[in-house]
Structure formats: structure tokens, C-alpha cells
Design a protein. Structure first.
Ligand code: HEM
Ligand code: HEM
Length: 126
């Protein structure tokens, strides 16, 4: 499962760079309307994905492969959709609400799959 670990870490760095650029833009322009978008890119994209990367690097071999793949796929599909929806919502486009809702539910599903994978992996460690 080192492949999933590396892939999570790679995407974490991409989201981290994007979120930092948005933070810098917010700071320089003094326009903080996209603060929630910045906060979620940083905390889901950079922090959470990096944590998932560390988890799969150290414990990935104890997790059923299909669970890790399912977690990765659901997380990687839902976050970009959530970011676009948050961006549009905070830019004053309320019609993006359902898109944010669907992305959130898929991200929650990915997190529950991660929870199952982590519990199986950690239990097998005794
Ligand atoms: C280049 C570095 C960064 C810049 C210029 C920057 C800029 C900003 C700005 C301007 C705000 C809005 C503050 C406000 O309106 O009250 C903000 C909020 C936030 N930033 Fe950053 N940021 C940076 C790095 C980070 C990093 C590394 C993280 C997390 C890993 C992070 C997480 C957050 C969070 C969670 C908020 C929301 C805080 C709240 O709810 O009050 N930022 N950032
Ligand atoms: C995936 C589903 C998620 C949705 C739909 C969501 C939605 C929201 C919303 C609507 C706010 C309030 C924004 C505002 O006050 O204008 C918020 C704030 C916040 N969320 Fe999330 N969130 C999600 C997941 C997460 C996760 C997983 C984290 C951390 C890892 C997180 C960290 C934060 C933080 C730090 C704030 C306060 C910063 C701010 O006001 O922008 N969220 N979230």
C-alpha cells in the first residue's frame, strides 16, 4: 500500500501549495471571503491527506487493499468537487449548495471507509 501512501502525500503537497497561494492572495488583497475555501484546502487537502499518507505508509500492509483503494478514490473525487462548490458558494452562487452537499456526503463516506481500514489495520497490530 506504499503506492496509496505516496499518492496521498503527493496530492497533499499539491493541495498545500494551492491553499497557501490562496491564503497569500487573501492576505495581499485583504479580501477574506474565500477563507472557508482556504481553510478546507489546507485542513482536508494538506493536513488530512498527509496524515492518510503517513497512515498507509506505516500500516497500509495490514489493511485490505480494496478498502484503501476505495478510501483513496472517494476522498480524491469528493475534495475537488467540495472546493469548487465552496468557492462558488462564497463567491455568492447559492445554486452550488447541492453540489457542496453531495461532495460532503461522499467525503464523509470516504472518512468512514478510512475509519474501517484504520480499525482493521490497528487491530491486526495487536
Ligand atoms: C502562506 C501562508 C498562509 C497565509 C498567507 C494564510 C492566510 C490566511 C488568511 C488571510 C486567513 C483569513 C483570516 C481571517 O479572515 O480571519 C486564513 C485563515 C485560515 N487559515 Fe490560513 N494562511 C496560510 C497558511 C495556512 C496553513 C498552513 C493552514 C493550515 C494547515 C491554514 C489554515 C487556515 C484556517 C483553518 C483558517 C480559518 C481560521 C478561522 O476559522 O478563523 N492557513 N489564512
Ligand atoms: C467535507 C465536509 C465539510 C463541509 C461541508 C464543511 C463545511 C463547513 C462550513 C459550511 C463551515 C463554516 C464556514 C463559515 O463560517 O462561513 C466550516 C468551517 C470550518 N471547517 Fe469545515 N466542512 C467539512 C469538513 C471539514 C473538515 C474535514 C475539516 C478539518 C479537517 C474542517 C475544518 C473546518 C474549519 C477549521 C472551519 C472554520 C474555518 C472557517 O470558518 O472557514 N471542515 N466547514
Amino acid at each position: 500500500m506504499r503506492g496509496i501512501a505516496k499518492a496521498f502525500f503527493f496530492t497533499a503537497i499539491v493541495y498545500g501549495a494551492l491553499g497557501l497561494m490562496l491564503g497569500l492572495h487573501m492576505g495581499m488583497s485583504k479580501d477574506h471571503t474565500q477563507m472557508p475555501t482556504h481553510a478546507h484546502i489546507m485542513l482536508i487537502g494538506w493536513v488530512s491527506f498527509a496524515i492518510f499518507g503517513f497512515f498507509y505508509w506505516f500500516f497500509g500492509d495490514t489493511v485490505p487493499r480494496w478498502l484503501g483503494m476505495l478510501h483513496f478514490a472517494l476522498a480524491q473525487i469528493s475534495l475537488p468537487v467540495l472546493i469548487v462548490a465552496l468557492w462558488a458558494l462564497f463567491a455568492g452562487q447559492p445554486q452550488f449548495d447541492p453540489m457542496a452537499g453531495i461532495a460532503s456526503i461522499v467525503y464523509l463516506a470516504s472518512f468512514l471507509v478510512f475509519g474501517a481500514a484504520a480499525l482493521i489495520g490497528l487491530r491486526s497490530q495487536g
